[in-house]
Design a protein around this ligand. Structure first.
Ligand code: ADP
Ligand code: ASP
Ligand code: MG
Length: 437
């Protein structure tokens, strides 16, 4: 069985939902839906008002959002019976959200509010499939998607519960379920972080040993550079799991970074497809590598670089361990690392503990911090015996000041750290020279 995930824009209007309905009719499959586009952002806004004890502000957004949904209902269903069923479903959820405007609002309530977007969209889609005569059922994500005490998905639990639910509903022709939402180790409603519906799809794919995981979105696959920033990008047809993971982690928004691992561990191909152009081939992500090719560029913003220089590092053992331990103690992951005999530079994207980290590092040497940096990551077959790739990448950036270069950590990437203000220039130059010649 295949797992198909449709993102927010793919279910963003009644017409889009009808287009999705055509794509999911036919073979039996599991369909994962995000909230309709804009809904999760509105739920975040509602929560912000409630944190600030401003129920009027929250109610205004709730009313606007519910009006939008009434419009979608009018456009989507053709019979009075289903319009009413959908209205009851939507009203139930908005009435529930309104109950949060009256009480204490904490992180716990916020997570419940954020979960309502996917409950809205899946309920509506399921009713629409029913109306057009498809034997579809809802699989409640809150009954099978769970994270453990480390906030990591619990694959054993997910597999057992999901397969039991599928068994229970084994005469259905279509399964529809919510992306993003889950329960945590304490049974509370929680989520897999913004953009996490992709993760839901790959966790389901792994749990049922799917033949393929399809991520349907608003673009024809992974492009060779960020289409929001660079002119003339083009889709990449094939990527290795590692290449896709690097691109997703380093900023290619089309894919949530966590979503590759479950697919890779179970060797399930992932395809990125375009709801607006369903015939387009998209991108296939699998175990296969295309030899001798630079594939794509991505960029990750809000990076801080930290340099520790110390004469004591010279010929000393244990220096790097002590440095890394400080980051570990402050629960701050490191992205890039470059070293010389007298110093080490690292980058982080979580600045919460920066001051404490710097204080601790000062025990070992002189510390310099550069903020507002961007990691530019070039991905492809970067085996070290391929001649010339690093040279051509670096030479393209000859007019851009480069703070760090990291190569050789994996067979798939070269990363460069530049000022955020040079990001657009660097990305465009790389596209022009690597792909558009
Ligand atoms: P969805 O709502 O379907 O999950 P997202 O907005 O999360 O969709 O991801 C799709 C968007 O990712 C595209 O519209 C595109 O602007 C952006 N994007 C950023 N980098 C890339 C890239 N390298 N290739 C394709 N899309 C990218
Ligand atoms: N609806 C959630 C979000 O907007 C999850 C997702 O779309 O993947 O982040
Ligand atoms: Mg997304």
């Amino acid at each position: 069985m295949k797992v198909l995930k449709f993102g927010g824009t793919s279910v963003g209007s009644a017409q889009r939902m009808k287009d999705v309905a055509k794509l999911i009719s036919g073979d039996r499959k599991i369909v994962v839906l995000s909230a309709m586009s804009g809904t999760t952002n509105s739920l975040v806004e509602i929560s912000d008002y409630l944190y600030k004890k401003n129920p009027d502000g929250a109610n205004e957004i709730i009313n606007k959002l519910s009006q939008k949904y009434y419009g979608h209902i009018d456009d989507l269903y053709s019979t009075a019976e289903y319009k009413q069923k959908a209205k009851d479903h939507v009203n139930g959820i908005f009435d529930y959200i309104r109950t949060f405007t009256k009480d204490l609002f904490t992180l716990f309530e916020e997570r419940v509010v954020l979960a309502q977007g996917e409950l809205l969209s899946t309920g509506m889609m399921n009713l629409y499939m029913e109306e057009i005569g498809v034997n579809s059922v809802l699989l409640p994500a809150l009954e099978y998607m769970r994270t453990d005490k480390n906030a990591e998905p619990d694959p054993v639990y997910i597999k057992e519960k999901l397969n039991a639910l599928l068994e229970q509903e084994n005469d259905a022709d279509l399964y529809i379920t919510q992306g993003y939402i889950c329960r945590n180790a304490y049974g509370e409603i929680d989520n897999l972080q913004r953009g996490g519906s992709d993760y839901t799809a790959s966790l389901i794919g792994a749990a049922i040993k799917a033949s393929e995981i399809q991520i349907w979105t608003d673009i024809d696959g992974m492009h060779n550079n960020d289409p929001r920033i660079v002119d003339k990008t083009a889709p990449v047809r094939q990527l290795h799991f590692e290449e896709a993971a690097e691109l997703a982690y380093f900023g290619a928004k089309i894919l949530h970074p966590t979503c590759i691992l479950p697919a890779k561990l179970n060797n399930i191909p992932v395809r990125l497809l375009n709801t607006m152009e369903p015939e387009a081939p998209g991108t296939r992500i699998s175990n296969e590598t295309e030899k001798g090719k630079i594939k794509a560029v991505a960029a990750k913003d809000n990076i801080t670089a930290i340099k520790i220089k110390s004469g004591r590092m010279l010929l000393a053992t244990g220096f790097l361990r002590k440095v890394f331990e400080i980051f570990e103690n402050h629960q701050t992951p490191i992205d890039m690392v470059t070293t010389s005999e007298v110093g080490v530079s690292v980058t982080i994207d979580n600045r919460k503990r920066l001051d404490d980290i710097v204080d601790d590092l000062k025990k070992y040497g002189t510390v310099t911090v550069d903020e507002d940096m961007t990691i530019v990551c070039v991905v492809g077959d970067m085996e070290w015996d391929n001649i010339g790739f690093e040279a051509s990448i670096v030479s393209v950036l000859k007019d851009v000041p480069v703070r760090m270069i990291s190569y050789g950590g994996s067979n798939y990437n070269v990363s460069l750290l530049v000022k955020a203000t040079d990001k657009q220039k660097a990305l465009q130059a790389l596209s022009n020279h690597l792909f558009n010649n």
